[in-house]
Design a protein around this ligand. Structure first.
Ligand code: SF4
Length: 85
């Protein structure tokens, strides 16, 4: 797993549909913070696009993903300065 480890046994199915940044099982690797921030920026861009097009369902999904990313950032570094750009 690119962002950390969920300790899921090798070759067992993922019960959470590989939505890793939203998954409570994911234990982040602190070294992957830059990758997480890139995912956050990509998700923010997609959210803007979804809002512009009025894709309500997609907006809800992307907002949930951003909340999951925020929780992972706090997991890595509880005192991390939260980027509110
Ligand atoms: S979604 Fe959760 S259980 Fe599935 S691979 Fe990602 S971290 Fe592991």
């Amino acid at each position: 797993m690119a962002l950390g480890d969920c300790f899921r046994p090798y070759q067992t199915p993922c019960p959470h549909e590989h939505a890793c940044v939203r998954c409570p099982a994911l234990k982040m690797d602190p070294a992957q913070l830059p990758r997480l921030i890139q995912i956050e920026h990509d998700t923010q861009f997609k959210l803007l696009e979804a809002r512009e097009h009025g894709w309500a369902g997609e907006v809800v999904e992307l907002e949930t993903t951003l909340q999951g990313i925020l929780e992972k950032k706090i997991q890595i570094q509880p005192t991390h300065i939260i980027n509110t750009e």
